[in-house]
Write a protein that binds this ligand. Structure first.
Ligand SMILES: [Fe+2]
Length: 206
């Protein structure tokens, strides 16, 4: 079955004034849909991989035929990461779960210190990529950035939250001011979704 562009869980203007509608529309309709289109086109000649989950393909792309390794890594990664990214945002405010909050405070000291560390990591990352909050193999939270569209599962990490650092995510409104973009984006994080990912991690590990 071919990959499809998932429905955006809100309107293009729903995240205003933090993220502008035009950027959201271009990001979703042009960039994300382009990844889906190229992924499907490239995999059309390789039906033997259609039943493997995209996450598994992304974590093990070097085991694929050489001709489609970079296609899956880049276009497939673009599809997976954007699908996750849209869900990490929501116009309604939500709360981080007490369970996840207590781990954040244990590791970072305070929630504000965690916020500062996340923003610092995202602003400091060079080039296009993604900054993630992940759970590592030891069950510890970690801030981690991946270049291009690489998936954190490749490194044994379980993703909870991500922000898109590609300029297409912010250039229309913020130009080169990545710090302003990340700071604005922080206001629309869907903490319910992030907390659900942590619950899913706990279920998976037990
Ligand atoms: Fe993007």
């Amino acid at each position: 079955m071919a990959y499809t562009l998932p429905l955006l869980p809100y309107t293009f203007s729903a995240l205003e004034p933090y993220l502008d509608a035009k950027t959201m529309q271009i990001h979703y309709e042009k960039h994300h849909s382009g990844y889906v289109e190229k992924l499907n086109k490239g995999l059309a000649l390789y039906p033997q991989w259609k039943d493997v989950s995209l996450e598994d393909l992304l974590c093990n792309w070097e085991q694929l035929p050489y001709e489609i390794q970079q296609l899956v890594r880049n276009q497939g990664g673009g599809h997976w990461n954007h699908t996750f990214f849209w869900q990490c945002m929501d116009p309604a405010s939500s709360q981080i779960s007490l369970e996840l909050l207590s781990l954040v405070e244990k590791q970072f000291g305070t929630f504000d210190a965690f916020k500062d560390a996340f923003i610092r990591e995202a602003v400091g990352f060079f080039g296009s990529g993604w900054t993630w909050l992940v759970v590592d193999r030891l069950g510890q939270l970690r801030l981690y950035s991946t270049p291009n569209h690489d998936h954190p599962g490749r490194f044994g990490f379980f993703p909870l939250l991500v922000v898109d650092l590609w300029e297409h995510a912010y250039y229309l409104k913020f130009q080169n001011r990545r710090l302003e973009f990340i700071t604005a984006w922080w206001n629309v994080i869907n903490w319910s979704f992030v907390s659900e990912q942590y619950t899913a991690y706990r279920v998976k590990e037990n």
